[in-house]
Design a protein around this ligand. Structure first.
Ligand code: SAM
Length: 228
């Protein structure tokens, strides 16, 4: 009963992985992968008691106690270096929160685990954090499910820092290559949102011209990416 969004994340995890899923709610992702025999070990990290209890219950219900552990902890504090985690997933949160969790937990990243992140918003922040911390984006997906658009970003540690153009940071280097239907829908919605703001500004008094022009430029830029 995994959502398409989490299935996409699951498909990126290699056989034999030692996974920490941070913000795991019902532990659906690690439980699914453990049942499939895809992971060797899993942690379901949760900072909130209720979701942590749910995760514990799910693990018990599926008889996975020897393979998946629910841990009540803030962010990467759920991980001990002795766990030898080599994949961290953080899904279903804002990009800024994802970056805060990674930044605060840098001491748990010393063995350079693969990162698979699914920000609901603020993807650009996530890409910036990855590049600044020697992570190279290796795959990206965008999909629409239940009226929401989701992005998945996978990254691996690299000795050589990756650089991306401002456009690739904003839209996603791999997503830009395909510009699939979900990508089109996401950025059409963004244009519509900006146009609504522009209309309001045009109605209001004393709005600096530069502000309107900046907005117009932003709309034009997205338009040119969509039509390019
Ligand atoms: N990862 C699941 C998914 O994608 O379906 C659950 C997403 S749910 C919207 C976000 C979860 O992250 C919540 O259960 C919340 O308690 C948890 N969370 C938020 N901040 C966290 C943190 N700093 N450390 C661990 N868990 C956190």
């Amino acid at each position: 009963h995994l959502s398409q969004r989490l299935l996409c994340v699951a498909d990126l995890i290699e056989k034999g992985a030692r996974l920490a899923d941070i913000g795991s709610d019902h532990a659906y992702l690690p439980a699914y992968l453990a049942l499939k025999g895809q992971i060797e070990f899993g942690i379901a990290g949760e900072v909130v008691k209720g979701p942590y209890e749910n995760a514990k219950q799910e693990i018990k219900k599926e008889g996975l106690e020897d393979k998946v552990q629910a841990r009540l902890a803030d962010g990467l504090n759920a991980i001990e270096l002795a766990d030898q985690i080599n994949v961290i997933t953080i899904c279903g949160m804002g990009g800024t929160l994802i970056c805060d969790i990674l930044e605060a937990g840098k001491d748990k990243l010393v063995d350079h685990p693969q990162l698979i992140l699914q920000p609901n918003v603020g993807e650009e922040n996530v890409r910036r954090w990855l590049l600044a911390n020697n992570y190279q984006i290796t795959a990206e997906y965008i999909m629409e499910e239940d009226g929401h658009i989701y992005e998945v970003i996978a990254a691996s540690y690299t000795d050589e820092k990756q650089t991306l153009t401002p456009e690739a940071l904003q839209f996603g280097p791999y997503l830009l290559q395909k510009k699939n239907a979900a990508f089109q829908a996401k950025w059409q919605k963004e244009i519509a949102k900006l146009e609504t703001i522009l209309k309001e500004l045009n109605k209001a008094n004393q709005v600096p011209v530069a502000k309107k022009q900046a907005l117009e430029a932003k709309i034009a830029q997205i338009g040119s990416v969509l039509n390019g």
